[in-house]
Each structure stands twice: as C-alpha cells, then as structure tokens.
Design a protein. Structure first.
Length: 139
C-alpha cells in the first residue's frame, strides 16, 4: 500500500514529503471521502494547518484527489481511483449514507440514463445519491 502511494507521487512528479505520503495513505486506507478535519485526525503526525492545506491543494491541482460537496457546505476529499472511476474522472456519482455519514465514490453515470436535449454538451455534473450503505443496512 505504501509503495503504491510513493508510486502515485512519482508518477505525478511530486516530491515524497512526509505529509503528502501520510495524507495519500490516509485517503487510500479510508476508502471513503474525508473532510479536512477527518484527515487531520487520522494522520500519523500532526502537521500544521497550512501544510495540510497546501498538500490538499497540490493533490487537487495534480488530479490525485477530488472534492465532494456534502450537505451543501461540507467539503470532503476523495482519492481519484482510475480503476473505479474510469479515465474520464470529471464526472461520477457519489453516495451519501444518511446514517453513518459516509460518502462513497460510485462509478461513472451512464449518459444513456439522461434525456439530454439535442445539441447540449455536458462539461461537468454532480450527482449525490442518499440512502444507507451496506454496513448500516445490515446493522
Ligand atoms: Zn452507513
Ligand atoms: Zn468521488
């Protein structure tokens, strides 16, 4: 897992600073979208807020992570996983669990489901499904 994180940073030509490795590992391990506070709580070391903010900014700029807006004002961060999201990561749906608050990345939404008027072109979109995740459903 750790090697994969270092590989991702190498591929993006980013220096492997402790904070970057730590944040990527945390997001990878979580498997769900995390808020800045969640990330801070789960990191192995206590980095100052500016360092953490800069790290997230760098990852966003390099397309390693994306933001998810939850409940209209809460920003969460999730890893870009090409294996789930496909090559076109500009649009995919999210699932928000009403019970545990978990936010999961879903795969791409099929264009075939949309009744897009003739001549329209989608550049980006946000889709959020609300419900119960499998863990909450079974408990
Ligand atoms: Zn849940
Ligand atoms: Zn996502």
């Amino acid at each position: 897992m750790q090697n994969r994180v270092r590989e991702i940073l190498s591929e993006s030509k980013l220096q492997k600073t402790p904070c970057r490795v730590d944040v990527l590992e945390t997001l990878q391990h979580a498997g769900v979208a995390l808020s800045e506070a969640d990330i801070k709580n789960q990191l192995h070391y206590d980095y100052d807020r500016a360092t953490l903010f800069r790290t997230l900014r760098t990852f966003l700029d390099n397309n390693l992570i994306h933001q998810v807006l939850v409940n209209k004002n809460e920003v969460k961060y999730a890893l870009n996983r090409p294996e789930i999201l496909g090559q076109n990561q500009s649009g995919h749906a999210h699932f928000h669990c009403d019970q545990c608050g978990g936010v999961f990345c879903l795969g791409a939404v099929s264009r075939a489901l949309l009744n897009l008027p003739e001549g329209f072109q989608i550049k980006s979109f946000e889709v959020m499904f609300n419900g119960l995740c499998s863990q909450c459903r079974n408990s």
